[in-house]
Each structure stands twice: as structure tokens, then as C-alpha cells.
Ligand binder design. Structure first.
Ligand code: BEZ
Length: 224
């Protein structure tokens, strides 16, 4: 079955992009990576999304995350669309964004990665790409997958928030609770015994009493 599941390795595909031909693993290098797909060039929601992604590029770079977009049109169309995106952002209409866009004209990658939306068809009745977000870790394994339909634009602030959680929880034995934001307390993972948690989190572990008497709601200030 096409598509990617959490823990799967990113396929090492080759593709033409607005910044030349790439091989995906070389592109990712040792960094984290985000691959986000778009239904089509020159469409309204996609234009707002690419504009926002371009504005937030320094935030992704700060987090050591390589950005790459995908849409099922040609490199030439993508370059021309970049001008619109830059103009939408109030910038000079240059044929360049801070990240490459993959040209997947024949939908080969979209099929392989399970990105097509059967409910959104182009004028020829062919399915368009959904709004997929794949985040890969430095080990090139899939850490997060979110799938939006074409009619709902993504929230890139949420994507950055999720990245902060993914990166924190990749290196510390913690999990982030509902609506967590960087700087908020985090939860000690359930598999960590109390004695080890005390040693690992010198700022303290705070347990909330519950009717069950089970002491599983264990908070600690966000570790450095
Ligand atoms: C858009 O990007 O605006 C869009 C694309 C396909 C279907 C609906 C909206």
C-alpha cells in the first residue's frame, strides 16, 4: 500500500525542484526535514500557505529543519508561482523561495507517498494532492504525519509547536500535554520509574492526585 507510516524511513527519491535536481536523503543530510504537499500551483489557499512557510523559514532553520514543498506541476510553473507568492508576501516577485518545491508533474511521488485526495479532482478528473505534512528526524525516519484536505489550509504556527515537542521528546524522557507550548511544564513518560525520574529531573517531579489513586500524572518543568 502506498504511503508512509510513523517510523518508516523516508524514500530516497530523486526529483526535479525549483533549486535543481535532488536526491532526498542527500537533501536531508543530518538535519530534521519537513515535506509538505500542495494540491496545485496558482491556487488561493496554497499561495497563502507557501507565503507563510516562506516567512517562517528562519524559524525552521533555527530548529535545524530542512523545508521542501511538493506540488503536481512543472518546475517552470513553480518558478512562476513563486513570484506570486513573494508578491502576496509584499516582497519583490522573485522566482525563488527559501526552500525548494518538488515538481511532481506525473504524480509519481504523490502516489508513492499516499498524498492524493480522491475527493479533489482537477478539470480532467484526476485527483489532486492533499495537504500532507511529513516530518523526518535526523535518522530519516518519519516522526509525524498530518493530512489535511485541499479545502483546509494548514496552521504553520502549530507545525512549529509540534516540531518543538518532537525535538524535546526525542532527547528527553518526557511527553508534552494537551495545548503545550515551549516553556510549559511537561509530563514524565509513564515507563520511567519514580526513583529514576527524581534523578533525571532535578527541578522536581510533581504528581497530581487522582480518584483512582494511580500516580501517573507526573509533571516536571521543561528540561533544558
Ligand atoms: C486552494 O489551494 O485554494 C485549493 C486547491 C484545491 C482545492 C481547493 C482549494
Amino acid at each position: 500500500m502506498p504511503g508512509l507510516l510513523l517510523g518508516d524511513e523516508a524514500p530516497d527519491f530523486e526529483a526535479d525542484t525549483t533549486q535543481g535536481r535532488i536526491r532526498f536523503h542527500d537533501f536531508l543530510g543530518d538535519s530534521w526535514g519537513i515535506l509538505f504537499s500542495h494540491p496545485r500551483d496558482f491556487t488561493p489557499v496554497c499561495t497563502t500557505e507557501l507565503g507563510r512557510a516562506a516567512q517562517l523559514a528562519p524559524e525552521f532553520s533555527k530548529r535545524n529543519v530542512k523545508m521542501i514543498a511538493l506540488s503536481i506541476d512543472s518546475v517552470q510553473d513553480h518558478l512562476s508561482w513563486c513570484k506570486d507568492v513573494n508578491a502576496y508576501n509584499g516582497e519583490q516577485p522573485a522566482e525563488k523561495l527559501p526552500f525548494p518545491i518538488i515538481a511532481d508533474k506525473n504524480r509519481e511521488l504523490a502516489v508513492k507517498l499516499g498524498m492524493l485526495d480522491p475527493d479533489e479532482l482537477d478539470k480532467d478528473g484526476m485527483p489532486l494532492t492533499a495537504r500532507v505534512v511529513f516530518i523526518f528526524g535526523p535518522d530519516k525516519k518519519l516522526k509525524l504525519s498530518i493530512l489535511y484536505p485541499a479545502t483546509t489550509g494548514r496552521n504553520f504556527d502549530e507545525i512549529l509547536r509540534v516540531l518543538d515537542s518532537l525535538q524535546l521528546t526525542a532527547y528527553k524522557k518526557v511527553a508534552t500535554p494537551v495545548d503545550w507550548k515551549p516553556g510549559d511544564s511537561v509530563m514524565v513518560v509513564p515507563t520511567l520509574p519514580d526513583e529514576e525520574a527524581k534523578k533525571l529531573f532535578p527541578k522536581g517531579v510533581f504528581t497530581k492526585e487522582l480518584p483512582s489513586g494511580k500516580k501517573y500524572l507526573r509533571y516536571t518543568p521543561q528540561p533544558e
